[in-house]
Ligand binder design. Sequence first.
Ligand SMILES: *Cc1c(COP(=O)(O)O)cnc(C)c1O
Length: 393
Amino acid sequence: MTFEFIQRTLAERETEGLLRSRKLVSEIADGLICIDGKRCLNFGSNDYLGLSQHPDVLQSYVEGLAQYGAGSTASAAVCGYMRPHKTLEDKLCEMFNKQAVLLFNSGFAANQSICQALFPAQSREENHILCDKHMHASFIEGAMHANANFKRFKHNDLLHFATKLRTCSGNTLVATEGVFSMDGDIGEISDIQAMLKAHDYPLLVDDAHGFGVLGKTGLGVSETADIDARRIDILLATFGKAIGTAGAFIAGSEDFIEYLVNFAKHYIYTTAMPPAQAVATLTAIKIMQTSDQRTKLHENISLFQQLCNTHALPVLPSDSAIQPLIIGDAHRCVLASQSLLSLGVFTPAIRTPTVSKGTDRLRITLSALHHQHDIQALIDALCVVRERQGWPQ
Ligand SMILES: *Cc1c(COP(=O)(O)O)cnc(C)c1O
């Protein structure tokens, strides 16, 4: 029999408690979710500002559909690049003060594309990719398949970064994240920038979870203290999280973006983002910049942290919307998530290989949609389940 590993690896995953199965969502609104038929508080989505439900965003979608149709009908390289795409790119250029911006259908595609385009198979030089160990799988997967020596430094460990940096040469891409997707902490960007001063290596920052959440006007890590936004050579962020729609963008120099337009296969050989999605995304970004949703989110984050502190719940240190609680074992993590669900609280269990072994966790995400009493209910449920199951130990 061919491909016999399919059954075998599935069975292995099952015995390890690591089999993934999808939960069916039938309703989602106002911080609530109906998941597998159960209606509960939603602490699992990345809709940090509640923009996926905002009436003005929905209205823009409808207007975009009426004006431009349901789809872009072609690759951007043929005739799929439409007015709303250009308007959105221009807006992002201006916001981030970058020369050029390119839209992608997903952050996954954008990260893959950077790795593929910068390190083409036919390259004969000795090249390197150096990134943080906790970088998102969309980058790691791309880097592993790029024509470069792929090296990782320990999460936010500058000493280890310096050691690894010394082993790089040729065309080297250095990459880290703004807000780490599974830890919620922030990349050591300013120190990395300082250490890169002696080199000509470009720095990529993936700020999927910082965009809309951090900074006075929601620009993300590049708007926070110490970080020199001009020295983030390649900035990547997505629209599927705080912005509430879908898709992603890469911002960089004129030359780099023009190069991607010509050589990024994930850009050229795919149907461009639906124009209505670009229209809705532009509206969502404007709301993100001007509404008080971000203030509300941060009030919720503070309240949650304060209550965790009171009840000795050891969440990882994080000032972002991502507040992980390490359980440490896949089976127990799933059990905790199930118990919480039965108490009316959805907090997803994130297991290996998404996170490293022994750090299986509840990935709690907060949103501006949550009310104070929702957060209190989450804390109560966490305390009940901890009492019953005796974690974390
Ligand atoms: C979600 C995420 C991505 C992938 O973005 P999609 O648009 O969902 O494909 C990339 N990088 C990071 C850090 C992410 O959290």
